[in-house]
Design a protein around this ligand. Structure first.
Ligand code: SF4
Ligand code: ZN
Ligand code: ZN
Length: 328
């Protein structure tokens, strides 16, 4: 059995991209230092922040909440507020929510839950039924994939929850795999402007996408989103969660197979074992290019209140209301 690179004890983790081996304790330490590095490098969570943390019951957000709590303990006056968005996906979200509750109890947090049903008047299941009925009835109707509805609604719901909690940052569990996928997806769809606006943080006075549009964050309508797990692979988040006995849900969303992201994820997962380090290379190449782009991305559009729901939007009607309107 291989021994730990740092302390020489028996290793339980092998990292193929640098051929290193780690014991559980040293691996967790390495993982937490990587999160701290991303935090420093991109100025994600800072002293005095109230940080809403998006938790789903899955391994990434279980890890995110745990490391954010540790990070906050080393900083001054940082408050951590876990938030779960219940999309209303039968047989999936309830089980995951149970795990999120267990995790929060273990860490000593109160979990705030916001649901699509409350915020949008409809569960994701109901939206999907309406979409499928409409698709059958109207051949010219352009149906979006489930994850597009879910993504737009969840992004809006998390922002609203964070704002209502008075959060100054919204931390999300996007890991290096997610970032590599987004980079490739934007390239494969020829969406360079979206790619330019994507990144580890949406700071105040910078831009964030609301659906397809760009809006300014200056008025506080959008809580800046931060991604502390940008330097951690999905496999490493799962290892961290397992080795630290964090409760998390393993099931897969029943709509996941519909997504373009799922196809890109499969593609990267086939390549990574053959060419270890490829996912990190994609993330690092993107971050290097982004340094050159940042000076050119300075569109400023002040968000208006959506005419229907009042949430911030670059258009008179926000993306979520637009999508719901198509199904009415
Ligand atoms: Fe939503 Fe798609 Fe994720 Fe399911 S897989 S929770 S539909 S984004
Ligand atoms: Zn060790
Ligand atoms: Zn709206």
């Amino acid at each position: 059995m291989a021994s730990c690179k740092k302390c020489g004890q028996e290793a339980v983790v092998h990292l193929p991209y640098d051929r290193s081996n780690w014991c559980a304790e040293c691996f967790s330490d390495l993982f937490e230092r990587r999160v701290a590095r991303a935090n420093r490098e991109f100025k994600l969570i800072q002293n005095g922040d109230r940080v809403a943390v998006g938790v789903s019951g899955g391994k990434d957000s279980a890890t995110l909440l745990t490391v954010t709590q540790k990070l906050a303990a080393k900083m001054r006056n940082v408050t951590v507020l876990p938030v779960l968005i219940d999309e209303g996906i039968t047989g999936y979200r309830d089980a995951a929510r149970q795990k999120a509750e267990e995790l929060c109890e273990k860490l000593g947090f109160e979990l705030r839950v916001y649901s699509f049903a409350d915020l949008y008047g409809s569960t994701l299941d109901a939206v999907m039924l309406k979409r499928d009925e409409k698709r059958k009835a109207l051949s010219e109707f352009t149906a979006h994939p489930s994850c597009s509805y879910c993504g737009v609604f969840r992004k809006g719901a998390l922002n609203r929850a964070a704002r209502e909690l008075g959060a100054t940052k919204l931390a999300v569990g996007h890991n290096a795999d997610d970032v590599a996928q987004t980079v490739l997806m934007n390239m494969l769809r020829n969406e360079p402007e979206r790619l330019k606006r994507f990144g580890p943080a949406s700071e105040e006075n910078e831009e964030e996408t609301a659906g397809e549009a760009v809006v300014s964050l200056r008025d506080g309508a959008f809580v800046p989103r931060v991604k502390p797990l940008i330097y951690c692979l999905e496999r490493e988040c799962a290892l961290y969660a397992s080795l630290n006995q964090l409760p998390f849900h393993l099931g897969e969303c029943p709509y996941a197979s519909e997504s373009f992201r799922g196809s890109v994820k499969d593609f990267l997962n086939v390549l990574e074992p053959k060419y270890p380090g490829m996912k990190f290379n994609t993330v690092n190449a993107f971050l290097s290019l982004k340094k050159d782009w940042s000076s050119t991305v300075k569109q400023k559009l002040v968000p208006v209140a959506c005419a229907q729901c009042g949430e911030p939007s670059a258009e008179p009607t926000c993306k979520a209301c637009g999508m719901l309107g198509e199904l009415a």
